[in-house]
Design a binder for this molecule. Structure first.
Ligand SMILES: *[C@@H]1O[C@H](CO)[C@@H](O)[C@H](O)[C@H]1NC(C)=O
Ligand SMILES: *[C@@H]1O[C@H](CO)[C@@H](O)[C@H](O)[C@H]1NC(C)=O
Ligand SMILES: *[C@@H]1O[C@H](CO)[C@@H](O)[C@H](O)[C@H]1NC(C)=O
Ligand SMILES: *[C@@H]1O[C@H](CO)[C@@H](O)[C@H](O)[C@H]1NC(C)=O
Ligand SMILES: *[C@@H]1O[C@H](CO)[C@@H](O)[C@H](O)[C@H]1NC(C)=O
Length: 530
């Protein structure tokens, strides 16, 4: 599951990041150091190899290295972020370098750089203990990260005016309120700020600011557009990881829309249960459903991450393909356990807050039913007039060339689907003594179905005998008479087509034979002439 998410991100990135220019040229390193060897560069970034890596370490006290995998979309995204930082780093005494891990396999292995993270900062020529860098969203965050490492990683605020300006300066900011700015938790706060270069951090010990936010004990505040999102109270045992986890949970809105920008934030969240709403954003029912979904999200913040996928957005196609969600099934909610990779399906047509909340609750308590690729075949599946198919038996039964099979694909919780059950029963009764006709149904919510179904459920499909590969969809008025006529008409058509095919086949064979005879005659005549 996580892997797929990454794949989706990768595909997205491949489409936006363009290709990397290859015009390597060399240039002196220009920092005045004694450099006997001039290292090759591409647009200000060193091209590092097994041969020159040690030399580069000697020449540059701070060497930020990207272990670049050209085939990975993630890596390409990072490459453009990385190269974008070159100009902004002038004056910071940091040199950037790239190791192409597809070529420099030995070097990458020696440096233990074959796995994440792909960015490492080598300091003072030490090849063994690089600093592992966080995942950077932008070139500016690389610069911020390097600056925060070099000096104080958060600004100190001394009065209320400054604080008001700070909280209004960015969409989302982190403000630490500590009585002591010399030691204690403030140090943890600084190291967390260092690890999260995409966010703005400030600290204060000003009592007016404590009062403004009603804070007594040391706390960290998260503010969105100057509005307080959440307060994190610091205790003696609070660690950097606790603080980072708090920020990663609350920095996302209650519901995050899935897209190229948010994908990596969704992925890097410490919350490993995701509730995903697949919904058509341009549809009129959207606002009601979204509001209900959001209301549930508040209850589970920190335990379940709420994500929304717009099914009307073509770029989300892969995401939907992975979860096997069809546009016509939307709106629907899935829960995914990113640890076990198991998916759960909310079996309801009503998507209001109590329903969604109950679903999350059942899931967390372990009583929700996982969505399976196929239900277990019921023992009595073929004993009743209407045969009950499951994912596993669908193709075998439907594509049987000796039988004409009419299948209803239904959703058990849908009013539209259930209203057709009686008619289906009547249809099965009508053909009860026909060995060659099977009336069947399958629960489309519980079984994966490998057929193109683009209309709303229930969907009706006929699989005529004689043609193992033919699938005909019924779209007329759903009355017993019409259904019976449809089956008979399609059976006749299949038979007629088969007879015609048989004729064509015979003709073809006769033509072949005639040709062969002609050839043989020619050969014979030729021989006789000799
Ligand atoms: C890589 O890891 C191995 C085993 O943990 C260690 O012996 C070696 O020194 C490491 N190399 C570097 C460059 O860190
Ligand atoms: C803060 O702003 C107010 C009004 O904008 C001003 O009257 C006050 O002097 C300012 N205080 C400080 C400490 O700058
Ligand atoms: C989404 O809803 C709009 C408006 O009802 C409709 O035009 C569009 O076709 C729908 N998209 C999908 C993928 O169903
Ligand atoms: C998710 O999966 C993990 C690993 O199988 C399991 O330990 C955990 O209980 C699951 N979480 C929920 C809420 O079902
Ligand atoms: C789905 O059907 C297509 C063609 O009909 C086939 O190539 C593919 O292997 C099928 N996939 C599964 C999972 O059965």
């Amino acid at each position: 599951m996580r892997i797929l998410f990454l794949l989706v991100v990768a595909v997205y990135c491949l489409s936006v990041c363009g290709s990397v220019s290859e015009d390597t040229h060399t240039q002196s390193d220009g920092d005045g150091r004694d450099s006997s060897t001039v290292l090759p560069e591409l647009n200000g970034v060193l091209v590092l190899t097994k041969e020159n890596f040690n030399e580069a370490l000697q020449q540059h006290k701070k060497l930020l290295v990207h272990f670049f995998a050209p085939l990975s979309g993630d890596s390409q995204r990072l490459d453009s972020v990385f190269r974008g930082a070159v100009e902004q780093l002038i004056g910071l005494e940091v040199k950037l370098g790239v190791v192409d891990v597809s070529k420099e396999t030995k070097l990458a292995k020696e440096l233990n750089a074959t796995s994440s993270p792909p960015l490492r900062l080598y300091q003072s020529g030490d090849r063994y203990n690089p600093v592992h860098c966080p995942d950077f969203q932008s070139s500016a965050s690389i610069v911020t990260w390097l600056k925060r490492r070099a000096g104080p990683s958060a600004d100190i605020i001394t009065d209320l005016n400054q604080s008001d300006r700070f909280v209004a300066s960015e969409e989302l900011v982190v403000l630490g309120l500590f009585k002591n700015l010399e030691q204690g938790f403030v140090e943890v706060f600084y190291t967390a700020a260092c690890d999260l270069p995409d966010l703005s951090f400030s600290v204060t010990q000003n009592q007016n600011i404590f009062r403004k936010y009603d804070i007594i004990h040391d706390s960290v505040l998260l503010l969105r557009q100057s509005e307080l999102v959440q307060v994190f109270k610091v205790t003696g045992s609070t660690s950097k990881e606790d603080l980072i986890s708090f920020i990663s949970i609350y920095q996302l809105e209650l519901v995050t829309e899935y897209n190229g920008q948010t994908a990596s934030r969704i992925l890097s969240s410490s919350v490993l249960n995701h509730a995903i709403l697949f919904v058509n954003k341009t549809n009129e029912e959207f606002q009601t459903i979204y509001t209900a979904f959001q209301a549930s999200a508040a209850t589970y913040r920190g335990r379940v991450l709420f994500v929304m996928v717009d099914v009307d957005e073509p770029r989300n196609g892969r995401m939907m393909e992975y979860f096997r969600v069809r546009e016509t099934e939307a709106p629907l909610v899935r829960l995914v356990n990113l640890t076990s990779h198991v998916t759960y399906h909310l079996p309801s047509e009503t998507l209001d807050t109590p329903t969604i909340t109950a679903f999350c609750q059942n899931y967390l308590e372990g009583t929700a039913q996982p969505k399976m690729q196929s239900e277990v075949k019921p023992l009595d599946w073929d004993l009743k007039p209407v045969k009950q198919l499951v994912g596993e038996t669908l193709e075998k039964v439907a594509f049987n060339p000796d039988k004409t099979v009419f299948v209803m694909f239904y959703l058990p919780y849908s009013e539209d689907s259930r209203s057709l059950f009686l008619l289906w029963e009547e249809l099965a009764q009508h053909f009860l003594d026909r060995e060659d006709i099977v009336i069947a149904r399958i629960d489309a919510s519980a079984n994966d179905i490998n057929l193109s179904i683009t209309e709303r459920y229930p969907a009706l499909r006929l699989f005529p005998a004689l043609y193992a590969e033919r699938v005909v969809s019924f779209s007329g008025r759903r009355s017993l008479k019409n259904l019976i006529q449809f089956i008979e008409k399609e059976m006749k058509r299949a038979k007629k087509d088969r007879v015609q095919e048989e004729k064509d086949r015979k003709k073809y064979i006769e033509a072949q034979k005639a040709m062969e005879a002609k050839e043989a005659k020619k050969v014979k005549e030729a021989k006789q002439e000799l």
